[in-house]
Design a protein around this ligand. Sequence first.
Ligand code: HEC
Ligand code: HEC
Ligand code: HEC
Length: 418
Amino acid sequence: MKRCWLCRAGLLLLLLSAALWLYWPALYRPAIADSVLPMSPAQIERGAYLARAGNCIACHTQPGAPEYSGGRRIATPFGDVYSSNLTPDVDTGLGAWRAADFYRALHEGRSRDGRLLTPAFPYPNYTRITRADSDALLAYLRTLPPVRRAPRAAELRFPYNTSLALQLWRRLYFRPAEFAADAQRSASWNRGAYLVDGLGHCNACHARRDWLGGVRDSRAYAGGEIAGLDWEALPLTREPPLDDAQAGEWLALLSSGVSQRHAVSGPMAEVVFHSLQYLHREDLAAMIEYLRSLPGEAQTPKPDRINARLLQTLQQRGEQVYGEHCADCHGEQGEGKPSHYPALAGSRLLGSPSPANAIRIVLYGGYPPSTAANPMPYGMPPFRPQLRDEDVAAVLTYVRSAWGNQAGAVLPAQVAKR
Ligand code: HEC
Ligand code: HEC
Ligand code: HEC
């Protein structure tokens, strides 16, 4: 009897400390000072630029609906989430929000009524945004025409739809943070870090995540499959580090969507279209300077483990398909046409261990984004209607191993899945 009383007390103590561990950050929350928004034209203009850098428009606009009125579905592995209305409508948007409420949403991931927000809204990045930049963003959003449109509730599966699950996730992976400049580094490196880690939320896609969707620092830009999308975001850190010529290619890629040898595609084309093409060149260069300084992992090609006869059949068939359908644009030797058609020899996208992006591009085609520097991009036709799964697998096996490329074979079953 006595022992049982003891274990009950022990259990109670355990539960109490677990609850304290979970809820402590919420109980002990310093108040955020409100400020009057002066809304000078300079501040509004800066806010508009920051909104570009943060790509707020992409998630907060449903195709066909007014800009920033929300309702866009964001797919996550745990269910669907819908973005909020950021226009200044009083009932359904940010019309009644004070500057402090807005900063708290970005900084702590809490709505005006205290509700915890899901990290599909990238506040684990935006938490680094300074108070001054947060105020400028709100000043800009207040200039938008108000649109009455109630946000749709999230459709997450049990248990992810419970506040306890969100509390737990935040306790494991989220701490409100402030951007701390590194005095050892240049001003541009620090600017780059602020933009990449904060507003640009590049690791929302480019991180390698664990099974709960969390990221540890060392894997922040190591690349990985994007949650909810059949796309892989390539690693942004390299070993050996990016040389000057490659950094120059990136600058062209991020500002215009194409470089001499490459083009951005899929979700990255959207990022360049809505956000990066509008950034000042110094800001893009600063972002690249920061990314270049991070340690990367060397990629070692894995030898193919498929039967040698099958590999040879795929390669031979692939060479034939390439000559018939691809060589006109990508060149006999995979050299491409500068700024029009990307080179396949040495392509990072093609060389990735995962063939996901390459399969998607061949099946569904694609366009680099239309940008001020490259308003009429050349496109790639979809081959799903013309080529069988076997042919797609064969041509990809061929281009992944020709001209010095060293990625593995692609099997018809990998194509059929998509
Ligand atoms: C990757 C997609 C994505 C991007 C980019 C994004 N948001 Fe959001 N945002 C969301 C989603 C989804 C929600 C709703 C979260 C929820 O309800 O739990 C949200 C919610 C919010 C909220 C809370 C609104 C409320 O009613 O509680 C604010 C404020 C906000 N976003 C501002 C911004 C700003 C400012 C930017 C750009 C700097 C931005 N968002 C960029 C997806 C995004
Ligand atoms: C919505 C998801 C998403 C976000 C956010 C995103 N990227 Fe990407 N990025 C991708 C995907 C997918 C690819 C691979 C396809 C391609 O190369 O175009 C990619 C490719 C790239 C490449 C080419 C890599 C190479 O080795 O050639 C660069 C550079 C890049 N991203 C930089 C950035 C930067 C900088 C940011 C932050 C401002 C960013 N990305 C944010 C999805 C994203
Ligand atoms: C009409 C010209 C054209 C033809 C034909 C064509 N492509 Fe492309 N390809 C492009 C363009 C343009 C892009 C850039 C697309 C983008 O950015 O979304 C591209 C992109 C690619 C990429 C991504 C390369 C990278 O580094 O980003 C691969 C892989 C690819 N094509 C393979 C093929 C294969 C295999 C075939 C034949 C089955 C083929 N292409 C036929 C024009 C073409």
